[in-house]
Design a protein around this ligand. Structure first.
Ligand code: ZN
Length: 246
C-alpha cells in the first residue's frame, strides 16, 4: 500500500505521537447514546481538502482514501470471521473524524485531541484528524491500517463479549487482532504490502507504546512498545488463533 515516495523517517513530531496515544488510550465504555454527539452547527466531518507537497508529504485526499480503504478492509475481514453458523456480523456503525477537543463525545464525555478511540456506547470509531494526518505523514500509510485495525478490533471484542480484568489485556489483544487482520489480509491477497510497510508497523507500535514507568495494571495501560509489537506480530504471523479469543 502506498508508494515509497511518501515514506519518511521519524520527524520532529515523533514525541507527539507517543504522548498522544499514551495520554488517553482507547475508550471503551458508557451505556446510553446511539450517535456521536456534536455541538451545533454540525460539521461536514471532513478535513479541509488541501494538498501539501512540500517535503514529499502526502495529501489529505490520499489520507482519506487510505482511511476508507482501511475501514473497508477491516469490515470485510471481520464479516468473514463471523461467518460461522449462528454468528451475525454487524459492521461498526460509523467512523468519525474530529478536529477539536470535545467536538465528539462518547457516553457524554468529550473526546480529547490527539487520539483515536472506539466508543462502545455508540458503536463508532472516532479519530482526531489532524493528529492522524500528522502520524500518517510521519510514519506512513501502514500506520493508518494498524490504527483503524486496532480500533476496529475493540468493536469486535465487544461483539464477542470478552471480559478483561485489566485494560492492558484488552489492548494487547486488540493489537494481536489488528495483526491477525493485516497478516490474514496479506495472505489472502486482499492487501498488498510494499517494502517498508512492515517497518512502518514496527515504527507505529514503537510510537504508541506506554512509557516504561507506567505500571502495567494501571487503568489505561496499553503495554510497552515491546509488548505491543510482540502481540501485533504474533497475530500477524499466526492469525486469530494466537490472540486468546474464544
Ligand atoms: Zn485500544
Amino acid at each position: 500500500m502506498g508508494d515509497r515516495a511518501r515514506r519518511r523517517g521519524r520527524g520532529p513530531i515523533a514525541g507527539l505521537v507517543v504522548a498522544a496515544l499514551v495520554a488517553a488510550g482507547c475508550m471503551a465504555g458508557g451505556v446510553d447514546q446511539g450517535e456521536p454527539q456534536r455541538p451545533a452547527p454540525p460539521r461536514s466531518g471532513q478535513p479541509e481538502s488541501q494538498t501539501t507537497r512540500a517535503d514529499g508529504t502526502t495529501s489529505v485526499a490520499e489520507f482519506q482514501r487510505d482511511i476508507q480503504d482501511a475501514v473497508r478492509l477491516a469490515e470485510q475481514y471481520w464479516a468473514q470471521q463471523f461467518r460461522a453458523p449462528g454468528q451475525r456480523f454487524t459492521p461498526i456503525r460509523r467512523v468519525v473524524p474530529y478536529s477539536r477537543e470535545g467536538e465528539v463525545a462518547c457516553a457524554g464525555q468529550g473526546l480529547p485531541r490527539n487520539n483515536a478511540v472506539y466508543c462502545s456506547a455508540g458503536d463508532f470509531i472516532a479519530y482526531d484528524v489532524n493528529w492522524s494526518v500528522a502520524a500518517f505523514r510521519q510514519i506512513g500509510d501502514a500506520f493508518l491500517f494498524y490504527l483503524l485495525g486496532h480500533e476496529y478490533a475493540h468493536g469486535m471484542q465487544v461483539r464477542l463479549g470478552g471480559r478483561y480484568d485489566f485494560t492492558i489485556q484488552q489492548e494487547l489483544q486488540a493489537d494481536c487482532m489488528a495483526g491477525a487482520y493485516l497478516g490474514d489480509s496479506v495472505r489472502s491477497g486482499a492487501l498488498e504490502l510494499e517494502d517498508g510497510d512492515l517497518e512502518e508497523f514496527r515504527e507505529g507500535l514503537l510510537a504508541v507504546g506506554d512509557d516504561p514507568d507506567q505500571p502495567w495494571f494501571a487503568e489505561g495501560s496499553h503495554g510497552t512498545a515491546e509488548q505491543r509489537s510482540d502481540s501485533f506480530f504474533r497475530g500477524y504471523e499466526k492469525s486469530l488463533g494466537a490472540c486468546g479469543l474464544r
